[in-house]
Design a protein around this ligand. Structure first.
Ligand code: OAD
Length: 252
């Protein structure tokens, strides 16, 4: 049974750690006003079924509906800001270059906005557009079509080859970005402390990084006000929110 631990005890592990990996999820941004996915009342997946919105099949079946959903999330996130938890991670990285690797499942860009360096964004970027189908270039154009020149629409489409834009997030059933995933796996293997913050631990391969860290000999700490699917992997559980716990652990 994993013990529920107070923040001060984990703080000594942070001070002793040579290499720290942070694995963050949607709860990291909850105090910035971004809804999580699986919280029973407020989570995005409490209102929508993932397979209706977050798969390639859903987009192909009803591109406008899926495009509009992501557009509404972009709109909602335009005015959100990093919270004290994001800032604490970024400030720690600046004070201790190379000592903390940040791995996130979040697509909201708030870690990057806080100034985190080298963020490994395993699930992509909500604000980036990519082509739905691999772009072969339009006949006679001799090159890949430029996403910024897509014609406005829901979704925007390419004037030259009719390809559609889609959000640059990883959908269910898709591969994670290979370079970021490999770097995250390296960090999970090399760290001596992993802080798992604001994630239910329900989605793999991201959640598997906590298992990798534990199997590689690292201490694993889950920081979350609620129980998670990774609690049994952890050496310690901190039952606090991200914006409270991360400054307390890493310095404000
Ligand atoms: P979930 O919605 O599954 O889990 C959010 C977690 O945050 C829950 O465990 C909450 O208890 C916790 N939480 C809520 N408020 C918090 C706070 N203030 N501080 C700390 N924790 C808090 O979100 P993820 O685990 O990120 O995938 O979900 C993983 C993936 O599933 C997402 O990246 C997304 C989703 O489908 C893709 O879009 C590919």
């Amino acid at each position: 049974m994993t013990a529920i631990t107070d923040i001060a005890a984990v703080g000594t592990w942070v001070r002793d750690a040579r290499a720290i990996a942070v694995l963050s999820g949607a709860g990291m941004s909850a105090e910035s006003g971004v809804p999580t996915f699986r919280d029973a009342q407020t989570g995005l997946w409490a209102k929508f079924r993932p397979e209706e919105l977050a798969t390639e099949a859903a987009f192909r079946a009803d591109p406008r509906r899926v495009w509009d959903w992501y557009a509404s999330r972009r709109e909602m996130m335009k005015d959100v800001h990093p919270n004290a938890g994001h800032h604490a991670i970024a400030a720690f990285q600046q004070r201790h270059p190379g000592r903390l690797t940040l791995i996130t499942q979040n697509v909201d860009g708030l870690h990057q906005a806080a100034g985190s360096v080298g963020t490994l964004a395993l699930h992509g970027n909500l604000f980036e557009d990519i082509w739905l189908d691999p772009c072969m270039g339009a006949p006679g154009h001799g090159g890949v079509c430029d996403v910024s020149r897509a014609l406005p629409g829901r979704p925007p489409t390419c004037a030259d080859c009719s390809n559609a834009l889609r959000p640059g997030v990883v959908w269910f059933g898709e591969m994670l970005p290979a370079v970021a995933l490999a770097a995250a796996e390296d960090a999970a293997q090399a760290c001596d402390l992993m802080l798992v913050v604001g994630t239910s631990g329900a989605v793999y391969p991201a959640a598997g990084l906590a298992h990798t860290a534990r199997q590689s000999g690292a201490r694993v700490v889950v920081i979350n006000p609620e129980p998670t699917e990774l609690d049994s992997v952890a050496h310690a559980l901190v039952r606090a929110t991200a914006a409270v716990a991360m400054p307390a652990l890493l310095g404000g």
